[in-house]
Design a protein. Structure first.
Length: 239
């Protein structure tokens, strides 16, 4: 029984390490609440809500709206003081280090003798909720997909021009997933030298576009900084 428990714990640690790097994050309205969703594709996984490090909301003019992060048992919910036009979130998945036994542990590299690999992983999301919204400063999002036109004015099949920024600078060669929920492994575009690309609008209503990248890190506890980001937008129901 103890051996089985140890094997299960090791498998869980490896799974969580994989999720730290591979899983995505976006926000979605469910049952009248703005929920922070964590998963890969259509998966909707439980997570530690304390990992939500910050959330921001703004109105149509780009003015800040106070927003509270409600941390529930297995996920987080956002509670802006008034209806937002734009909302963004940051999640810190912490340090993960691969030891000489090839198992991943949720600590920095300096705590693992003979470490093979290490990283610190972050998730960011940007959601446009109202047509005509002015984008606020996106500096807190260290990886961000910036729409170059209002995506809520587009129809399914149109192309959305975007620019991807890493630490506020245009990022070349970043792969873009056009429909993260329904087709999370299909790359539809790569950014050019100006960080720009065109992404087909896949769905008539709710769209989640995603990207991820890693950059080298001078943090002694992490060889790389891994980042995932999503851009989501939902067109109003047409009756």
């Amino acid at each position: 029984m103890k051996t089985q428990m140890k094997l299960a714990a090791a498998a869980l640690a490896l799974l969580v390490a994989g999720q730290a790097a591979a899983h995505g994050m976006w926000t979605e309205e469910r049952r009248g609440h703005i929920e922070v969703i964590y998963g890969h594709g259509a998966e909707d996984d439980a997570y530690d809500p304390s990992k939500i490090s910050a959330a921001w909301a703004t109105d149509l003019r780009g003015a800040r709206i106070p927003v509270t992060v409600e941390r529930l048992a297995d996920h987080a919910r956002l509670q802006p003081l008034e209806s937002p036009a734009v909302i963004s979130v940051a999640l810190d998945n912490g340090y993960w280090t691969q030891g000489p036994d090839k198992k991943w542990v949720n600590v920095g590299e300096t705590q693992v003798a003979g470490a093979l690999d290490s990283g610190r992983y972050y998730k960011y999301s940007l959601a446009l909720l109202a047509e005509g919204a002015k984008l606020p400063s996106l500096d807190p999002l260290k990886l961000v997909i910036v729409p170059q036109v209002d995506p809520l004015t587009l129809e399914m099949g149109d192309e959305l021009p975007v620019q991807v920024l890493v630490d506020g600078k245009a990022a070349e060669g970043v792969e873009l997933i056009g429909d993260y929920i329904n087709d999370p492994d299909t790359v539809v575009a790569r950014t050019d030298a100006q960080g720009k690309a065109r992404v087909p609008v896949r769905n008539a209503e709710f769209n989640v576009i995603a990207a991820s990248t890693t950059v080298t890190s001078d943090d002694p506890d992490a060889r790389v900084r891994g980042m995932f980001t999503s851009l989501s937008f939902r067109k109003a129901h047409q009756h």
